[in-house]
Design a protein around this ligand. Structure first.
Ligand SMILES: CC(=O)SCCNC(=O)CCNC(=O)[C@H](O)C(C)(C)COP(=O)(O)OP(=O)(O)OC[C@H]1O[C@@H](n2cnc3c(N)ncnc32)[C@H](O)[C@@H]1OP(=O)(O)O
Ligand SMILES: O=C([O-])CC(=O)C(=O)O
Length: 459
């Protein structure tokens, strides 16, 4: 700790210099620079071809972006149709979605039964993994725990580097099974270690779906209702895939293009998803929501608007200047997942007595969008994204904020694996974009001719 303090004092004094040294003027970002891998009209740079997922938020007509209601397809099948079919039938759909994403087609009844039996086995973590890995030096951040657990699975795999399709599929199935178990156990350990609560490690039970097992594993008394499990199953279905270009999937594909192993590529994707501009936004929305609740009169739009302005000005909340849950890189008029979620959130809010929270979140959406548009100097339609209402749904399911983003990861692992397999099988080229160097040429100055830019530091 003492050493740490000295290092911090040293780097603190150096870092004052950093802003100046690292500054690159806006004038350099011209011409062919695709900042954020975007074209000048905001569309993503086309870097590959995929059959896994398709995300549609606008049409391109005569070089113009024409906003349309958002649509999301898994292997060509519209997400809404998959979700509504399972809701109508009262069946669990996440396993079917995982099969669809991995294999490319909807499984027959027999194929799904077989896959479910395999998933029963895949949910069991390797012997001693929880004790040896998850319980050791816990960080308290479940996404961090998840990332390092995935990396360490390399050492439990007899064939970690084999890139054959056989092996990639085996690793994928195992990871889809492991993810919720790692998250549940890491959460149990966190509660015990940081919250002083009794340690309960509940094993997954054969014959249950991923959603049922997750609720069973995180609840001290293992209890859950059918309705809760089906709602969680829907959350898993709609977070499972989002095209090749979303940040975490792209990270997974970029890593995969170098020929690295599955655990490295997936741990990278977990790290990306943790970010507050991506999957981490679901927890950030709830954090922001708590600030809003504390600081506004929910019946006075003016007071809500004023506080949103303060958030956007970086004067309140986490001071990032972001309204989490709003905006999307592809969707314009609507994010189909948010539309679905809002519908179910509204219904559940009425049943569970969360109407006031739902109404306030809806106000944040309604009043926040024009405020962000004003600042972007753009009237391109903008919408609430999937993260806007997911936190409220999890809260109503009595799921703690600690596991909001890890649950997202437990669904998206299916999409990451399918995209990784596609990249390995079809990519055939290491991803290697370029950066224009804008340094002014210097020359090597001998030591005796240099002057110190910072004060001397006594150790
Ligand atoms: C699962 C998911 O990953 S869904 C996304 C979850 N993330 C969030 O909810 C975080 C809040 N939203 C955002 O930060 C953005 O809308 C993103 C990251 C989702 C998309 O980013 P982009 O595609 O770059 O946004 P877009 O091109 O539409 O807008 C760019 C400008 O609007 C601003 N903007 C966009 N959304 C927001 C927002 N919610 N709050 C504040 N400013 C915003 C950007 O900061 C940027 O401003 P600048 O040009 O002055 O730097
Ligand atoms: O597509 C994106 O940029 C982010 C997103 O919504 C997701 O990954 O689900």
């Amino acid at each position: 700790m003492k050493e740490n303090g000295v290092i911090q004092e040293y780097t603190g004094s150096l870092s004052r210099q950093i802003r100046e040294e690292y500054h690159i003027g806006e004038e350099y970002y011209h011409g062919e620079i695709k900042r954020g891998l975007r074209n000048s009209d905001g569309t993503g740079v086309m870097v590959g071809v995929t059959k896994v997922g398709s995300v549609q938020g606008y049409l391109l007509q005569d070089g113009q972006r024409i906003p349309i209601p958002g649509r999301l397809y898994y292997r060509g099948i519209e997400l809404n149709d998959i979700v509504e079919a399972h809701r109508a039938e009262g069946t669990f759909g996440f396993e079917e979605v995982a099969y669809l994403l991995l294999m490319g087609y909807l499984p027959s009844q027999g194929e799904l039964r077989h896959f479910n039996e395999i998933m029963n086995r895949a949910r069991k973590l390797p012997e001693g993994f929880t004790e040896g890995m998850i319980m050791r030096r816990t960080s308290g951040n479940i996404m961090n725990e998840l990332g390092r657990s995935i990396l360490s699975l390399y050492s439990y795999d007899p064939d970690p580097d084999d890139l054959s399709v056989d092996n990639l599929l085996r690793q994928s199935v195992e990871l889809i099974g492991y993810f919720p178990s790692i998250v549940a156990n890491a959460y149990a350990v966190k509660r015990h270690h940081f919250g002083g609560e009794s340690l309960h490690i509940h094993y997954p039970e054969e014959g249950l779906s991923t959603a049922e097992n997750f609720l069973r594993m995180i609840r001290p008394d293992k209890s859950y209702t059918e309705e809760e499990a089906h709602l969680l199953d829907m959350m898993l279905m709609l977070h499972a895939e989002h095209g090749g270009g979303n940040n975490s999937t792209f990270v997974c594909r970029a890593l995969s293009s170098s020929g690295t192993d599955t655990y490295s590529a997936i741990a990278g994707a977990v790290g990306s998803l943790k970010g507050p501009l991506h999957g981490g936004a679901n927890a950030k929305v709830m954090e922001m929501f708590h600030y809003i609740q504390e600081n506004v009169d929910p019946h006075d739009d003016g007071s809500i608007r004023d506080y949103l302005v303060r958030l956007l000005d970086g004067e309140a909340g986490d001071r990032s200047g972001k309204l989490y849950g709003l905006g999307h890189a592809v969707y314009t008029m609507s994010d189909p997942r948010a539309v679905l979620l809002k519908k179910y959130a509204r219904h559940m809010a009425q049943i569970k007595g969360y109407e006031a929270e739902f109404d306030l979140l809806q106000k944040v959406e309604e009043l926040g969008i024009p405020l962000v548009q004003e600042r972007r100097h753009s009237d391109t339609p903008m919408c609430a994204n999937v993260d806007m209402y997911s936190g409220l749904v999890y809260t109503m399911l009595d799921i703690p904020e600690d596991v909001f983003t890890p649950l997202f990861a437990s669904a998206r692992i299916a999409g990451w694996c399918a995209n990784r397999m596609e990249e390995v099988i079809t990519g055939h080229r290491i991803m290697r974009p370029a950066y224009r160097a804008v340094t002014i040429r210097g020359h090597y100055v001998p030591m005796e001719e240099r002057t110190s830019r910072i004060k001397e530091f006594d150790l």
